[in-house]
Design a protein around this ligand. Structure first.
Ligand code: ATP
Length: 591
């Protein structure tokens, strides 16, 4: 496939307003490509070069791309910048300049998708002294070989600003339509994706080896598995009932989720978003090599600063100081971490994920018996609500966040929030017991005192997994510090758009729409029914239609934007609706 053709498809995708249509167009792309082109097409469409955990980034700032446009078209940098400002999009600016300039393309034949991808990968891998100039030259060469339409996407790609609005679910459905004839195989593809976290690898396997190879997908060392997640329930009774009367209760540590892979004397540690964070935790990498006697292993756990002398767990605000780029070794000495291991996914070449929790736990305890830094999480078996409550209170007293209750018979369910894990956090009377993580889909210009910040609040949405859409649930106008307002405006300004993004479902029109990209953590007093929001919208008994809204929402957390979660990790519509039902149940029980 020629890159020109792919650019044509992207133009089509940009003008579509229905997700189903997007699936069809993307399926058409896959069908018209050769098998070898599926992988590069998926990476380009996702705006990445390799799976996120391999950590290869373009390393090109806005200015570098502007320089490349100037260099390749012979116009001044100032003129490029002016065009960019006018159009608000680097790709449109490049396209416009190429059109106006009427510059003949230099290449004797157009680039194929694979050639384009390889060239971009080469640019990304340039590093060290003089690499900035080399990157400008290489990208400008691509731009001069391009038509205006190709130039548009060749400049948007390194800025991760393709903005096609295609989520993982849409891509998986498109692959299913293209190679299996309908959308039904999406679930199987998703299961494989959950094991390798590499959409392009799933697509490549499907195209080359068919759906049977997808069925046989297994976890493998140094490819992070998408993490299992917990559901919520408000009371110990409800949890015990859901668990069928017997459950494992573990302390809930508030630190960094770490998925640790070790094999052949090599260690990699992945974050909750499955980015490679090995360099941030030299103490843990060293400890696992020293303490854990296994040929190969994948452990799932939470890393936390812990004071051994006082036996105190340090609060998250302290642990977070370990998240840094410089002075890592010094901080590791000053604030050593412990890894509390709560799951094992792989041991000595064997996939453990299908084994029941109780058996996996047995392996963890045996393997970590004499370890000091890498320890099993504290766990007790409970069979009565009262026992669970006591353990919960005890955990809170010890400075922990709460408990996670687990079904002893369950396998490790990658990438999903299921009732095999249920979290219970401290609940404040009259307040929602947990915060929610929402996707920013719009923002407001500030009025009155806030006009000086150019920021007045956010329009936020929950993620509807079934529809793969973002549905509004709250306008948030409080909880921001002045610094946060400035930080939010700066970030959001770059991603604002005149039209409502395709996957956003909203009845409200904010001052500016924003491409779904940023997550904020929000606390509220209650969830109420509301006709103005689309989250969980349905016909009520009284014949009216209503969704859910947060009452008295406010931003929480030191950092306004939550960096450890992507848009599809946001609180889901289903969770909001469950929280609504639970809160009703609690207030009835209290009454
Ligand atoms: P939260 O903001 O509450 O941590 P989350 O969306 O990151 O939520 P949840 O699925 O809601 O994740 O809760 C599980 C999280 O709790 C895990 O991601 C992990 O980081 C943390 N955790 C701490 N202790 C445990 C434990 N013993 N078992 C499982 N998860 C634990």
């Amino acid at each position: 496939m020629l890159f020109k053709e792919l650019a044509g498809y992207y133009d089509r995708l940009s003008s579509i307003s229905s997700r189903l249509e997007m699936i069809d167009v993307m399926a058409e792309v896959f069908k018209s490509a050769s098998k070898d082109e599926i992988k590069p097409i998926i990476y380009i469409t996702q705006g990445i070069l390799v799976p996120p955990f391999e950590g290869v980034e373009f390393g090109m700032a806005e200015k570098t791309i502007e320089d490349a446009i100037a260099f390749s078209t012979g116009i001044s940098k100032e003129a490029v910048e002016k065009e960019y400002r006018k159009l608000g999009d680097i790709g449109l600016a490049a396209e416009e300049i190429k059109k106006k300039g009427n510059i003949k393309r230099l290449a004797d034949r157009p680039l194929t998708v694979s050639e384009f991808y390889e060239k971009m990968l080469e640019i990304a891998k340039m590093s060290g002294k003089g690499s900035k100039d080399a990157k400008v030259k290489a990208l400008s060469y691509i731009i001069s070989e391009s038509t205006p339409e190709e130039a548009k996407y060749a400049t948007k790609y390194p800025m991760n600003a393709l903005r096609l609005g295609l989520g993982d679910a849409t891509m998986l459905e498109a692959l299913s339509v293209a190679f299996c004839g309908d959308r039904k195989s999406k679930e199987k593809l998703e299961a494989a994706y959950n094991l390798c976290n590499d959409l392009a690898l799933v697509g490549d396997t499907l195209a080359k080896k068919g759906i049977r190879a997808i069925d046989g997908f297994e976890v493998s060392l140094f490819k992070p598995v998408r993490p299992a997640l917990a559901e919520r329930l408000p009371t110990a009774e409800q949890i015990m009932e859901k668990m069928g009367g017997r459950a494992a209760a573990e302390q809930k540590y508030d630190g960094f989720r770490c998925q640790l892979h070790m094999g052949a004397r090599k260690v990699k540690i992945f974050s909750r978003r499955l980015e490679d964070t090995t360099e941030m935790f030299p103490d843990l990498a060293e400890a696992v090599l020293r303490e854990v006697k296994a040929e190969s292993v994948i452990l799932d756990g939470e890393a936390l600063a812990y004071n051994e002398e006082t036996e105190e767990f340090l609060p998250f605000q302290q642990t977070i100081q370990r998240k840094r780029k410089h002075g890592i070794a010094e901080k590791a000495l000053e604030m050593p971490l412990h890894l509390f291991v709560f799951d094992i996914l792989f041991l000595n070449g064997k996939d453990m994920m299908k084994m029941p929790y109780e058996e996996r736990r047995h392996f963890i305890e045996k393997l970590l018996k004499n370890c000091e830094i890498i320890k099993p999480s504290t766990m007790i078996m409970v069979s009565k609500p009262k026992e669970l409550e006591e353990f919960f209170e005890n955990s809170i007293e010890n400075g922990l966040e709460g408990v996670v209750v687990k079904d002893p018979k369950s396998s490790y369910i990658a990438g999903a929030r299921k009732f095999s894990w249920i979290k219970m956090k401290r609940s404040y009377k009259g307040e929602l017991s947990d915060t929610v993580d929402l996707v920013v889909v719009g923002y407001y210009r500030g009025k009155g005192m806030r006009s000086e910040f150019g920021f007045g609040g956010l329009l936020c949405a929950a993620y509807n997994e079934k529809k793969d859409m973002f549905e509004t649930v709250s306008r948030i106008g409080s909880g921001f510090t002045e610094e946060q307002m400035v930080q939010l405006r700066k970030a959001l300004e770059k991603d604002k758009t005149d039209n409502k993004p395709v996957r956003v479902d909203s009845l409200i029109k904010p001052d500016f729409w924003v491409y779904p990209k940023y997550i904020v953590t929000v606390k509220a007093d209650e969830i109420t029914r509301s006709p103005t929001h689309t989250c969980g919208k349905e016909k009520l008994n009284n014949g009216t239609e209503a969704g859910f809204a947060l009452r008295f929402p406010r931003l929480v957390g030191e950092e306004a934007i939550r960096k450890d979660k992507g848009t599809e990790d946001a609180t889901t519509t289903k969770e909001i609706s469950e929280m609504y039902r639970n809160q009703k149940r609690v207030s009835i029980e209290e009454a």
